[in-house]
Design a protein around this ligand. Structure first.
Ligand code: BES
Ligand code: ZN
Ligand code: MN
Length: 494
């Protein structure tokens, strides 16, 4: 039987850097900044038509020059990395459309200006690869991807530098794309075992990266009461995934980074059931888990000299006679107990076990969790910015600047003292859903399981999904956080 999913990872466009255009390729793509001020190849154009104001060089604006030559112009606007990302995405969408229409892989040579910088090339490549991302499950074969896009620079020495930058960016884009694939996979296919096994299979292909998948019996023997409670309502039992990257030559000063990702393969809300409207979107409720899986795969493929462990507690939050209830008291790994007040706050229940396991068994130096945790954060920051909570200014700064480097926006939120006591419970150690600002109190709950270590909590409930295409983002799962995490790990190599 054909499963209703494409093969994961889904393919992306190829990009190469060279010093000359291909003779066989279609006419070149000429770049222009706002004005329009044309780059290489612009001299050869009869630009009289631009005087009609039909093309101004705004980022992402693109059209074929009306001279019959087939030359395409592409706007890079003010030249900021975000402009180049938008331009790359716009071009790849046009090439995809043409490829589909002509039933052949349309390629392009893009003529880069001599003063192009590394950040612009990285951004262009991110846009080219991710803007054309698609996740489709139809009877027909997937439409052909555009052919290889060649970036043309004049100087040989510089071409090598830029080729390395482009390769780096392509790896970052692939990390994002895999995180998208995992989150976009529908939950009839993506049960806890599928997610764990898919990650383990990908990890097996990477030297030095090992994967362990624990089942419900192991979880019971180790006292993972949170994961078992949340997973207890589903026919499809929970799993616990551990991916370990141990570099052959770690840098002596570099920390052991433990990444924890929420792996809820579907969130009905449980007995505290969600309204039907929008529930289908909860198939992406393992986006945090997908981001950490993808990040550690990328770190290992690049053989970065930093030890990284990724943990994903995986469960389906479902409704049945064996589902956990509001009012239950649950004991987590490590012994701390939680008074359950709302079964829809399942993310923190599974993360608590995983954080306690990290602290108790893995001796981390840095702890980062990523989760589609609260609707409140979505209200606070909208759909394009992630919420960042941290007990360490250094870690917070690394994450924000890593995000800036790869085009993901983070905003630091406060761990408010005046709400810290609200997580205490009368009957248990902690209360699952304290009153107060939802994103903040969820973070304060998680902090109880971090033993005072340098810790950051990334709430991606907003930016993990997009409701429309824009720039390099495509409607559906966005893969948000994957490339920030890779870049965060990279900061510990310098
Ligand atoms: N997965 C949801 C959070 C979410 C909401 C993610 C919307 C993406 C979009 C989470 O498990 C949840 O249900 N949170 C509750 C917590 C509440 C019961 C304290 C929420 O935010 O409503
Ligand atoms: Zn959830
Ligand atoms: Mn929930």
């Amino acid at each position: 039987m054909r499963t209703p999913v494409p093969t994961v990872p889904t393919p992306l466009v190829d990009v190469e850097v060279a010093t000359a255009p291909r003779r066989s390729a279609s006419p070149p793509v000429v770049l222009a900044s706002t004005g329009p001020v044309f780059g290489p190849g612009g001299d050869a154009l009869d630009t009289a038509w631009t005087e009609r104001g039909e093309f101004t060089g705004e980022a992402g604006e693109t059209t074929e020059v009306p001279d019959g030559s087939g030359t395409r112009v592409l706007g890079t606007g003010a030249g900021r990395p975000a402009d180049w990302r938008r331009a790359g995405a716009a071009l790849t969408r046009v090439l995809a459309e043409l490829s589909e229409k002509r039933s052949q892989r349309v390629t392009a040579d893009v003529l880069l200006p001599d003063d192009v910088d590394a950040a612009q090339v990285r951004a262009l490549v991110l846009g080219l690869l991710l803007g054309g991302y698609r996740f489709r499950v139809t009877a027909r074969d997937a439409p052909a991807l555009p052919g290889t896009v060649r970036l043309v620079v004049s100087d040989l020495g510089y071409a090598e530098v830029l080729a390395a930058e482009a390769a780096r960016a392509a790896e970052a884009a692939a990390a994002t794309a895999l995180a998208r694939d995992l989150a976009n996979t529908p939950s009839n296919v993506k049960d806890p075992q599928w997610l764990a096994a898919t990650a383990a299979k990908l990890a097996d292909r990477v030297p030095g990266l090992s994967a362990t998948v624990r089942d419900e019996k192991w979880l019971a023997s180790r006292g993972f009461g949170g994961v078992l409670a949340v997973g207890g309502g589903s026919e499809r039992p929970p799993r616990f995934l551990e991916l370990v990257w141990k570099p052959a030559q770690p840098r002596p000063e570099s920390p052991h980074v433990v990444l924890v990702g929420k792996g809820i393969t579907f969130d009905t809300g449980g007995i505290s059931i969600k309204p039907a409207d929008g529930m289908h979107l909860m198939r992406t409720d393992m986006a945090g888990g997908g981001a950490v899986i993808s990040a550690v795969l990328t770190v290992a493929r690049r053989a970065l000299p930093v030890r990284v462990t990724a943990l994903v507690p995986i469960a389906e939050n479902h409704v049945s006679g064996s589902a956990y209830r509001p009012g239950d008291v649950v004991r987590h790994h490590g012994g701390t107990t939680t008074e359950v007040t709302n079964t829809d706050a399942e993310g923190r229940m599974v993360l608590a076990d995983a954080l306690a396991y990290a602290v108790g068994d893995l001796a981390p130096d840095v702890l980062v969790d990523v989760a589609t945790l609260t609707g409140a954060m979505k209200v606070s920051l909208g759909l394009r910015t992630g919420g960042l909570f941290a007990t360490s200014d250094d870690l917070a700064e690394r994450i924000t600047s890593a995000g800036e480097h790869v085009g993901e926006a983070w905003w630091r939120m406060p761990l408010l003292d005046e709400h810290a006591d609200a997580v205490r419970s009368d009957v248990a150690d902690v209360r699952q859903c304290p009153p107060g600002p939802g994103g903040v109190t969820a973070a304060l709950f998680l902090r109880e399981f971090t033993a005072g270590l340098p810790w950051a909590h990334l709430d991606i409930a907003g930016p993990a999904r997009a409701t429309e295409d824009y720039d390099e983002v495509v409607e559906g799962a966005t893969g948000f956080a994957a490339r920030t995490l890779v870049t965060l790990v990279e900061t510990y190599t310098r």
